[in-house]
Design a protein around this ligand. Structure first.
Ligand code: SF4
Length: 235
């Protein structure tokens, strides 16, 4: 079963402090007036232009295994290989903040306003990341309504391009889900259009489901060590 979700721009607006953090800007300190103006303008543009939406679809574990294998380019051992067998439900998702924002970011750079373009890019990136979690909440609500949500169930998104899942895996994910219906396509380099889009699998399970030991060969090069926050968030 597949379904689509739409949110208002306001519901998908990222947290101001999160945007500052992503830009390496100090929180809780007075920022230069010009910088505050840039951030404010980026949030205003986001509210005016964002068209956040997603498509989700339940997927059985054996079908997901084939999608996850993708084109055989994943790392030889990955966290999802141990997480998925412990999951109670899996759903694929693609979410986007829409084409108008990507077009506006491009226009700002073309009109020689790089600072404004850069800041809008930062807001849109944080918003797109947030949609993966919003899609997860939608999934939990759907399972809850159907009486299929176990006590203590948590959901986390996992995406191609991270933790050993090769970006080419998106081809099979797109073939399964058909996100063209919400305006998202994949180019030859496996880049999503609009650029401010996210894809992946939502894994539902108890907090132990999401526990991994981040000592894979690719972890040495990981700049975020995001798995630690993710594991902490489901405890
Ligand atoms: S350290 Fe980085 S690459 Fe390794 S599992 Fe954690 S988030 Fe993924």
């Amino acid at each position: 079963m597949k379904w689509t979700v739409e949110w208002t721009a306001a519901a998908s607006t990222p947290d101001w402090n999160q945007v500052l953090r992503s830009q390496g800007l100090p929180e809780g300190e007075a920022l230069p007036t010009r910088l505050v103006g840039l951030v404010d303008a980026a949030f205003e543009r986001y509210l005016a232009l964002a068209e956040p939406r997603a498509i989700l679809g339940f997927v059985e574990p054996d079908v997901f295994a084939g999608i996850y294998r993708g084109e055989g380019l994943n790392s030889h051992e990955t966290p999802l290989e141990s997480i998925v067998p412990r999951a109670s439900r899996l759903a694929l998702f693609v979410a986007t903040v829409g084409q108008r924002l990507s077009a506006e970011i491009g226009d700002l750079f073309a009109r020689h306003q790089p600072a404004a373009g850069y800041m809008l890019d930062a807001v849109a990136s944080e918003a797109a990341d947030g949609l993966a979690y919003a899609a997860g909440r939608e999934l939990l609500a759907r399972l809850q309504d159907a009486g299929e949500l176990a006590n203590g169930a948590r959901v986390l998104p996992y995406s191609p391009g991270y933790c050993g899942w090769h970006v080419s895996g998106q081809r099979k994910l797109f073939a399964f889900l058909g996100p063209e219906t919400i305006g998202v396509t994949l180019n030859q380099s496996c880049l999503m259009q609009p650029l401010k889009s996210v894809s992946g699998v939502l894994v539902v399970g108890d907090s132990a489901t999401h526990r991994v030991h981040p000592t894979y060969s690719f972890c040495d090069h990981c700049g975020t060590k995001q798995c630690r926050e993710r594991m902490a968030s489901v405890k």
